[in-house]
Design a protein around this ligand. Structure first.
Ligand code: ATP
Ligand code: MG
Length: 244
């Protein structure tokens, strides 16, 4: 495992970037490239000259204490925010021009009271902005995602009636159904019991190399054997960090 810092910066970058990168096992085109990315919300600086790469087919973990900018980094990848400085490329093009990224958000964006069944939530993963018929391939992808996340037993239940951990698995299934070349997950195991968490990582491990995966997790020890690369934000705080 070697440190990667395209601008020669790393955690001691003179530009002030507070991050560290370890690992980098798989070769190929970069799936994600941050080049000296800075971002702030108004006067609150969140990312400062952050550079890292995740290569195609890698399983990468994004670590760092609460408030270090992990969710923000994912939002930049999803083109929900724009960097103030620096650039981001996904498979060599800007996030807006890239293929849709699979996303499991930290907070469930679906209203719990929304009257919808689990299978329909997963089907949402196959919807595109333009309307078209639901094909046999779409159906197969939905059933495959349901099988992989082991939610077949609850697929016909109302989403609103699920436990927090079950809902997380449904959102993972929704993201998998899209078969995205790049999948980003923001603490997908939050609310999960240990057994479900380990099953989730097994599922993600099977996707490795077909998809590129970037995962935010506090349970780093569970995924170390899967992880090709660890990107740590707010590295100077990391040893005091952890959960609030
Ligand atoms: N919409 C927003 N407006 C203003 N400040 C924000 C906004 N979203 C996040 N922040 C601030 O930006 C910083 C980084 O937030 P972010 O959610 O990216 O951190 P995080 O690493 O994902 O934290 P956590 O581990 O708690 O999920 C925090 O100080 C947060 O308060
Ligand atoms: Mg977050």
């Amino acid at each position: 495992m070697t440190g990667i810092a395209p601008d020669g910066g790393g955690d001691q970058d003179a530009g002030g970037g507070q991050y560290a990168v370890t690992g980098g096992a798989v070769t190929g085109d970069p799936a994600i490239r941050f080049d000296r990315v800075s971002f702030s919300y108004g006067s609150v600086s969140v990312l400062e000259r952050v550079s890292f790469e995740v290569r195609r087919g890698e399983f990468a973990a994004l670590a760092g204490p609460n408030g270090s900018g992990k969710t923000t980094a994912l939002r930049l990848i999803l083109a929900l925010e724009e960097p103030d400085a620096g650039s981001i490329a996904l498979f060599g093009v800007s996030p807006r021009a890239a293929e849709p990224v699979g996303y499991v958000p930290q907070q469930a964006v679906l209203d719990k009271a929304f009257p919808i069944r689990v299978r329909e939530v997963v089907r949402m993963g196959r919807l595109r902005r333009w309307s078209r018929a639901f094909t046999a391939e779409d159906r197969a992808a939905v059933e495959d995602a349901i099988t992989q996340t082991e939610i077949g037993g609850i697929a016909d239940r109302p989403y609103a009636g699920l436990s927090g951990g079950q809902r997380r698995r449904v959102l993972v299934a929704r993201a998998l159904a899209a078969r995205p070349p790049l999948l980003v997950l923001d603490e997908p195991a939050a609310n999960m019991d240990l057994e479900s968490e380990e099953r989730l990582y097994l599922t993600l491990g099977r996707l490795k190399e077909r998809s590129t995966i970037l995962i935010v997790t506090h349970g780093m020890d569970h995924i170390l054997n899967l992880t090709d690369r660890i990107i740590t934000l707010g590295a100077e705080h990391a040893e005091h960090g952890g959960r609030a």
